[in-house]
Design a protein around this ligand. Structure first.
Ligand code: ADP
Ligand code: ZN
Length: 714
């Protein structure tokens, strides 16, 4: 008679193409898809993986199979909607099974840190005497890691889980942090535009729909999100708010926590216990505010997703599975049949196009609430000036200080100077591991590579020609602070960037000091720009307004416009009128002249026309393959092999490359790229997976990054 043994296919959290089959041993309960297990790999190692399929094997075929070592989850982690969505996500971004689950289930990690305490000693003794011995009689808290390491028999995790399920042991979960007191107590009456937008959102509840909320900074978008969220929560639903950056979460928590009830905060820098406190409460929360990883938290009653600052490139993950949290939020909403709102003052060209062709619904807030003071923008011609700070800017800073206002200076470049330059031979110290110049950090007396982090001391003479002729070239935030101290000694200046304020606490405290008026002028990188609301800021200066405009990237102009518009939007948010000064070496650039928010439509339309003319996204779908290896020849050869395998097999897709990437070498690895362009948008990326699979494994030492809808073209 045929004898069948229960078996499971497990996708390991490892870079493997296929799931492996394991036997399902007795004593682990009923096998289920979607639970995590520990399985043996090789002679001694154990790996975590996810059960993808439950089946049975013939006794004869079972000979080479090993049994699952332990079961981690009692129940599948993802409800059906999330599971279907994550499968679509994985297919779209060509994620292998292990990488898929590593990304999708990252929120559930930290298993070893879970903490337990004895609840019912007698019950535990009857259930599992060995565990009972470990717990003793006290109520001491023990971590899963230690408990599992000490359990002698098989399946330690599963035994612990069972003890919890039976009520013999309880898991210790921290309370959610008490939200900061409400920032805005006063009841706000929505203006007409807001009413109309909210009305459209209310009418769209309970069904999929993507809404693009387009409103200038300070037009009251947040208030619209909040009202829509309140309605969903009042109906028993949950709301997910995605923000592009960790730095924006405290502000959001301050604004929403007291309005939305039980709110969980989620981002990658959260400590493990705070994370755990959130993930154990997913069913009981009213809302989650977080960065892109929050998208994966399976909220059982999710009724609305908000993506704030939807244009922000931080929504695209660069490591692991390079997915766009914005686009995947839309896909999730579709899978769950709920509305999603994308909000921005400077929508991405992609989203704008979707609105133009009727896929997304456009909701507009064309005016600032309360009017604000308005902003006057001036372009300062820097050609031939030879200095980094113009007299006009210095004067404006001084006037602002005297009149009791505050100023923001924007320069998206850390450090003292982006290069050291030898005036004798023209040489510039480069990173040993990257094709990049080293940035001078004068305070720390270091040259640093901003690509790989490599550092070295500052040489006192040029290493190419031996002359003592090295001078800093160009400026970073550190240098501007120095220049300001010389030129305007009375101005109280502080710097806000990753060097000056590495931790969240430092950032918050600096921003608090600025808000409290202890600082006259804050100079910084993107960190000073995103989302902050400082009513006393009347002057915004952009030190180098052309920076980023001329990068070799289709999105360079778009991104530059978005950043500058955000910067300018920081001025004149209070009652007093704002003023912006843009220092530029291309003062005649047409976009510089029309940066005001009223011009957003015109710029978007023009950019769409450009993209259409060049067949660039969104009028085609791009996939970028970057092959890299320490040995240059290997990377190139792998890229060539890929080209040969793909050539002619993707109908309608144009294939370019391999060519060296703009950044030819990063972190010791040489990089070559292939660019696939699909004007039909129907073939890619789906047709690519089987072709790449047929290519087989990459030669050792070679890596390939498959980037669907790439935002980084460097
Ligand atoms: P956005 O998100 O578009 O930048 P916010 O929602 O942050 O704009 O609104 C800017 C400021 O205006 C906030 O302080 C907010 O409380 C306030 N505000 C929003 N809507 C109204 C309204 N209808 N009446 C008065 N103040 C409002
Ligand atoms: Zn480097």
């Amino acid at each position: 008679m045929r004898r069948l043994l229960p078996a499971v296919d497990v996708a390991l959290f490892a870079p493997l193409a296929e799931p492996f089959t394991y036997l399902w041993p007795e004593g682990l309960g009923r096998p289920e898809t979607g639970i995590r297990v520990l399985v043996p790999l090789g002679a001694t190692a154990q790996r975590m993986g996810v059960v993808e399929r439950v089946h049975a094997v013939d006794l004869e075929n079972a000979a080479g199979l090993k049994p699952v070592a332990d079961r981690i989850d009692a129940l599948p982690l993802l409800p059906d909607g999330y599971r279907r969505w994550s499968a679509r996500l994985a297919a779209y971004y060509l994620a292998r099974p292990g990488a898929r689950w590593e990304t999708v289930l990252a929120w559930a990690g930290d298993e070893g840190r879970r903490r337990y305490r004895l609840r019912d000693g007698a019950l535990l003794r009857a259930l599992d005497p060995e565990l009972a011995d470990l717990f003793g009689t006290g109520r001491r808290i023990r971590t899963q890691q230690r408990l599992c390491a000490r359990v002698g028999g098989p399946h330690p995790c599963w035994r612990l889980r069972r003890a919890v399920e039976q009520g013999a042991v309880e898991e210790v979960i921290d309370p959610l942090p008490t939200p900061p007191a409400g920032e805005e107590g006063r009841a706000i009456r929505l203006n007409q535009d807001q009413e109309r937008a909210l009305g459209r959102l209310s009418g769209a509840r309970g069904a999929f729909g993507c809404h693009l909320l387009f409103g200038c900074t300070g037009s009251g978008k947040t208030e619209v999100y909040l009202r829509a969220a309140e309605q969903v929560i009042a109906d028993g639903g949950q709301v997910l708010v995605l923000v592009p950056e960790i730095g924006l979460t405290p502000m959001w928590m301050a604004r929403v926590a007291h309005r939305l009830g039980r709110v969980g905060l989620w981002h990658s820098a959260l400590d493990p216990r705070a994370r755990h406190a959130v993930r154990m409460r997913l069913g009981r929360l009213d809302a989650v505010v977080g960065t892109r990883s929050a998208l994966f938290l399976p909220l059982p009653r999710l009724g609305l997703i908000v993506v704030d600052e939807e244009h922000d490139a931080s929504f695209k993950q660069q490591e692991g599975v390079p997915f766009s949290a914005r686009d995947m939020a839309v896909l999730l909403a579709q899978e769950l049949g709920i509305p999603v709102v994308l909000g921005s003052a400077t929508p991405s060209v992609e989203s704008w196009w979707q609105a133009e062709r009727g896929r997304y619904r456009l909701l507009e807030l064309p005016r600032r609430v309360g009017g604000g003071g308005g902003v006057a923008t001036e372009v300062v011609d820097m050609r031939g000036s030879g200095s980094l700070l113009s007299d006009a800017l210095k004067q404006a800073l001084e006037e602002t200080r005297r009149s009791g206002g505050q100023s923001l200076l924007y320069l998206n470049r850390r450090g003292y100077a982006p290069a050291l330059h030898c005036t004798a031979c023209g040489g510039q110290p480069e990173c040993r591991h990257c094709s990049a110049r080293l940035t001078l950090h004068r305070r720390r007396a270091l040259l640093c590579c901003h690509l790989c982090g490599w550092q070295r001391g500052v040489p006192d003479r040029c290493e190419a020609c031996g002359e003592q002729a090295l001078v800093p070239l160009g400026a970073g935030t550190e240098r501007i602070v120095e220049l300001l101290a010389e030129a305007l000694p009375e101005l109280r200046v502080a710097r806000l960037d990753r060097d000056a304020a590495a931790s969240m606490e430092q950032r918050i405290s600096l921003l608090d000091r600025f808000a409290g008026g202890e600082i006259d002028c804050l100079i910084g990188t993107q960190m000073v720009v995103k989302g902050h609301h400082f009513p006393r800021v009347t002057l915004v200066g952009v030190v180098q307004a052309d920076l980023g405009l001329n990068l070799p990237d289709v999105r360079a102009a778009e991104r530059w416009w978005q950043q500058l518009t955000q910067v300018i939007g920081r001025a004149g948010r209070g009652d007093r009128p704002g003023r912006t000064l843009l220092q530029s070496y291309q003062p005649d650039h047409p976009w510089l002249q029309r940066l005001g928010e009223e011009q957003a439509r015109a710029i978007l339309r023009q950019e769409l026309a450009n993209r259409r003319a060049f067949g660039a996204p969104p009028f085609s779908r791009w996939v970028r393959l970057v092959y890299s290896a320490v040995r240059e020849g290997r990377a190139l050869e792998a890229a060539r092999n890929a080209r040969d395998a793909l050539e002619g097999r993707l109908p309608g897709v144009r294939l370019a490359g391999p060519v060296p990437c703009v950044l030819e070498r990063i972190n010791r690895r040489y990089r070559f790229e292939l660019l696939l362009r699909d004007a039909s948008r129907r073939v890619l990326p789906w047709a690519l997976a089987p072709l790449l699979q047929r290519l087989g494994r990459l030669p050792s030492g070679v890596r390939c990054k498959v980037d669907v809808d790439p935002l980084e073209m460097m």
